[in-house]
Design a protein around this ligand. Structure first.
Ligand code: ZN
Length: 207
């Protein structure tokens, strides 16, 4: 089994669900400097779009693999999956008042940092039920540039998928089960965030 035949990713489902939960919790009114005239709903939608994009950004490391005809050749093996890069990205992007993101720069920075760090931290919570992975094959250098060690299955929350070079091999029962579990997990995370938001608004309105 080659590293590029195993995927130690949770799918974009989980990254998007966690980004959605962060958007639900961090949304403030007015949240978008460049969208002041917008309705509440569209401001939240902008915030969700921005954070969902940033939450999935590290997985664009499949793009260099396109040149070699193998989507997974560099996937999860580049530094896009590191807390160091997430901190740098949050610092750089927080300088811009993107629609949907909070107006206050420090608040924007913390929101972006939370979303950016969520990706590598979720990725190291994947375990391999078929026993193919080793930290070398599937691990992620999450601590770069301070720690070079690769981490894998730190907390076994999500199952690794079976992804071959041939895209048609991606459709199988193992992967269907992996995605179904992720869907349930993602749904619970979003529902918990909505519950938390409602409880805190109720408490605030009583003060
Ligand atoms: Zn990833």
């Amino acid at each position: 089994m080659l590293a590029n035949e195993i995927s130690n990713l949770p799918s974009p489902l989980i990254h998007t669900a966690v980004a959605g939960a962060i958007a639900v919790i961090t949304y403030r009114e007015p949240s978008g400097c460049l969208s002041k005239g917008c309705e509440k709903g569209s401001q939240f939608f902008f915030l969700f779009l921005v954070v969902a994009f940033i939450a999935n950004l590290p997985d664009l490391d499949f793009i260099p693999g396109l040149l070699f005809g193998n989507l997974l050749q560099f996937h999860h093996h580049l530094l896009s999956h590191s807390l160091g890069l997430s901190i740098l990205l949050a610092f750089l992007v927080s300088h811009f008042g993107l629609p949907g993101l909070p107006c206050k720069k420090s608040y924007r920075f913390w929101t972006l940092l939370l979303v950016g760090c969520s990706h590598p931290l979720l990725d190291i919570c994947v375990y391999d039920s078929l026993g193919r992975c080793t930290p070398d094959l599937c691990g992620i250098a999450v601590g770069w540039p301070v720690i070079s060690k690769k981490y894998f299955a730190v907390i076994p929350l999500f199952e690794a998928a079976n992804l071959g070079v041939d895209l048609s091999s991606w459709v199988n029962w193992h992967n269907a089960r992996v995605v179904a579990k992720e869907f349930v997990f993602g749904l619970l995370v979003v529902l918990a965030a909505i519950r938390l938001r409602r409880t805190s608004s109720r408490l605030n309105s009583h003060h």
